[in-house]
Design a protein around this ligand. Structure first.
Ligand SMILES: [Ca+2]
Ligand SMILES: [Ca+2]
Ligand SMILES: [Ca+2]
Ligand SMILES: [Ca+2]
Length: 269
């Protein structure tokens, strides 16, 4: 009889020594050694080495790509402790896979950071007992940004790759008017709608706005004047994208047409 629950995982074997003694005057005895082996039952579920797992993959990586290895242990014997891994989230099917024996996790397709920044799914470790016991662990996969998008100019609206801006110069007073538009606002009517830029020493002309859907430094923009300003008539704030007229020699603008090329770029790119 046992007076406690025996756990094979704590002690698999008991060695007992029995003595049988008679009641005679010269007591005779016999010793008997008994080995009791505790047979295994499947009473332990597999247990993962970590509470959660994290991995990272750069966007546009060529699939399949190895992400990480998960590992679970099971102290039971034989099939009761034999572990098979699987991915239990149907939402992750087709995106990731796991080697059922080694626990190696792979991405099955390239990720686009601008579409999916992270992915979370569950992995199951199941033993081979009857009945089977299983446990789950969560894997968080972070997608890392790459600079895979060029800046796009939003303002001013480009027509055929260019925006046209008319700057009216009063030669006598030296004051300026800016006529917004794409060359469609020429003539006297346009002057009525034009905004007075004043006679300030560096009149503001327009702001160029570009957008880059990448993140961090991959999407941080600087603006450069790369052409059309040989005469030094314009200044550009590289961070704000504001273009100013250099008024001191602007009177030479009268009646002329300048093609100014502004390019947004990634700093250092
Ligand atoms: Ca087990
Ligand atoms: Ca992308
Ligand atoms: Ca990107
Ligand atoms: Ca970019």
């Amino acid at each position: 009889m046992t007076n406690a629950t025996l756990d094979r995982e704590l002690q698999a074997e008991y060695n007992l020594t029995l003595v049988v003694r008679d009641q005679g005057d010269l007591s005779l005895a016999v010793l008997k050694h008994l080995t009791i082996c505790i047979s295994d039952v499947n009473d332990n579920a597999p247990s993962f080495e970590k509470a959660t797992y994290e991995a990272a993959v750069a966007e546009n990586s060529k699939a399949p790509i190895f992400l990480l290895t998960v590992r679970a242990t099971d102290p039971d014997l034989g099939f009761n402790g034999e572990i098979t891994y699987s991915i239990s989230d149907s939402s992750a099917s087709g995106l990731v896979s796991i080697d059922p024996t080694t626990g190696d996790v792979f991405a099955l397709q390239a990720f686009d950071y601008e579409q999916v920044r992270s992915l979370e799914f569950l992995v199951t470790a199941e033993d081979g007992g009857h009945p089977k016991l299983a446990s789950n662990v969560s894997i968080r996969l972070a997608v890392l940004d790459r600079n895979d998008n060029a800046p796009v100019i939003i303002t001013p609206v480009l027509v055929g790759g260019a925006a046209t801006l008319s700057v009216l110069v009063n030669v006598e007073t030296g004051c300026f008017w800016v006529v917004p538009g794409n060359g469609s606002t020429q003539g006297t009517a346009a002057v009525t709608n034009a905004s007075l830029v004043s006679c300030a020493s560096a009149p503001f002309l327009f702001t160029i706005v570009a957008r880059d859907v990448d993140s961090g430094v991959n999407g941080a923009l600087r603006y450069d004047l790369v052409g059309g300003d040989d005469a030094g008539l314009f200044t550009l704030d590289p961070l704000l994208g504001q273009v100013f007229l250099n008024a001191s020699n602007a009177s030479s603008l009268a009646g002329s047409e300048r093609e100014l090329v502004v390019r947004p770029r990634i700093p250092g790119g």
